[in-house]
Design a binder for this molecule. Structure first.
Ligand code: DLL
Length: 433
């Protein structure tokens, strides 16, 4: 099933011509309207007229999360704020978030991406979609919502949490599709099973899941619990939100909406562009965006691309499942966290040393974070009560900074590893590769 068959099955040569036209227009708009790009490109001595072929994109400098943070909040908008109709920001964090702005047309483009994906998953206007993604600054909730309206399906905007109510509604309202993060999906299924309810009996036709890393074992578990196929949904706030890439019924990679995003794969160390089927870091460029065109964004997500025509008939490139990150960002319960935020939160407290380790585990189906922090000599010898009070204070400070509850353990001074060069502060024991 297609939403936009002409575009989705376009011969690659025509698609590339279309991409080039859109790229030229985007670069020119960014250069003319956004001082940030104007300065960056002028310094690199590259100008809009230098983009004569698609490969010429490689002449343009990359843009990173730090660049976006520096332009906080509206420095990368190409239109006046009154043309921006919606604002989102990267999930959960209260530090300096990345802001994403959308014009009316951008919201429609977003809906288009999700609509294509919902059709890939075999859904149409007769379906009832239960959307467990949070509605708020996180892009998961609204993105799926707009796409669902576009194909004319019925949406249940239930958002995250209240697991038993989710199960009741799924059953009573007859949901035929459910959208979740893989870890929440497994949790949802297992709570139902614990209560003696078999999720297979809900009659779910398709599951859409994403927003965090997962393995094929996790997919198998989700599919087994709900008795249906689970489709990968990829996206990120900076470029739009969910819907940059979505899997079709073949489940052999996610189709990137290539008339809307231009994908490249680079070696994260040398920044050299790599060829098809070679793993590396995904770099994305908005080709359609009015409000905030992002050009050559280093996603830090590791994947590879294939341009081979898919058995579903679509010609758009496919990216494989994300296998990791080239930086130290961790996604826990769908929220993106950087070790620097944890560091900031604990240094605010005092009485602790700036030595810490972050340990991420998934004991059951949900993620847990433990932060081990070295106590100062004085505190360590002050006794258990004082230590507990400080642990508590740090836990609150980290929750304030990241929006996530963690367990803090104070350890003896000088017992955590010291690093030469780049510190490795995160131990991820979830085995998501
Ligand atoms: O997570 C957008 C989204 C919402 C995608 C709902 C899918 C479903 P951010 O919070 O900005 O946006 O986080 C983006 O999450 O760079 C990846 O590291 C990770 N990520 C997103 N989707 C997947 C996925 C949303 N399918 C960051 N597989 C990205 C693995 C994913 N990682």
């Amino acid at each position: 099933m297609f939403w936009n068959e002409e575009i989705e099955t376009m011969p690659r040569q025509d698609l590339e011509e279309l991409q080039l036209k859109k790229l030229q227009k985007t670069v020119k708009r960014a250069f003319d309207k956004i001082p940030y790009y104007n300065k960056k490109y002028s310094e690199a001595e590259v100008f809009p007229e230098d983009i004569e072929t698609l490969k010429d994109i490689e002449k343009l400098p990359f843009i990173t999360k730090d660049d976006l943070r520096e332009s906080y909040p509206f420095g990368l908008f190409a239109v006046d704020i009154d043309e921006i109709k919606e604002l989102h920001s990267s999930s959960g964090t209260t530090g300096k978030p990345v802001v994403s702005g959308y014009t009316k047309k951008d919201i429609d483009t977003w809906a288009e991406c999700i609509a294509r994906g919902l059709k890939m998953m075999g859904l149409d206007e007769t379906d009832i979609i239960q959307n467990t993604h949070g509605y708020g600054m996180f892009t998961g909730g609204f993105g799926v919502h707009y796409g669902s309206h576009k194909i004319g399906a019925t949406i249940i905007p239930i958002s995250t949490g209240q697991t038993r109510r989710q199960i009741e509604i799924m059953s009573d309202f007859g949901a035929t599709c459910v959208i979740f993060t893989p870890s929440y999906g497994i949790h949802l299924g297992e709570v139902a099973l614990e209560d003696g309810i078999d999720p297979k009996e809900f009659g779910i036709k398709a599951i859409g899941f994403g927003a965090e890393g997962w393995t094929e074992e996790i997919r198998r578990r989700v599919e087994e619990i709900f008795g249906t196929k689970a489709y990968n949904i990829y996206g990120l706030t900076e470029l739009m939100g969910p819907g940059v890439g979505i899997e079709c019924s073949a489940q052999k990679g996610l189709h990137i909406a290539e008339d809307i995003f231009y994908p490249e794969i680079i070696d994260p160390n040398t920044e050299r562009v790599l060829g098809e089927n070679t793993p590396g870091e995904l770099v994305l460029t908005n080709l359609e965006r009015e409000g905030m065109p992002v050009i050559r964004f280093r996603t830090k997500d590791l994947t590879k691309l294939t341009y081979e025509k898919c058995e579903c008939g679509r010609t758009h490139a496919r990216m494989s499942r994300i296998t990791g990150r080239s930086d130290d960002m961790i996604k826990v319960k769908g929220v993106a966290i950087f070790p620097s935020q944890i560091e900031k939160a604990l240094l605010r407290i005092g009485d602790v040393e700036p030595h810490y380790m972050i340990i991420v585990t998934r004991p059951g189906t949900l993620d847990e974070i433990e932060v081990k922090v070295e106590a100062s000599q004085d505190i360590f010898f002050d006794g258990i009560k004082e230590m507990m009070a400080i642990q508590n204070k740090i836990e609150k400070s980290i929750e304030n900074e990241t929006g996530i509850r963690v367990k803090v353990t104070l350890v003896e001074p000088k017992t955590l590893p010291r690093f030469e060069g780049k510190a490795k502060r995160v131990i991820d024991e979830r085995d998501l590769h």
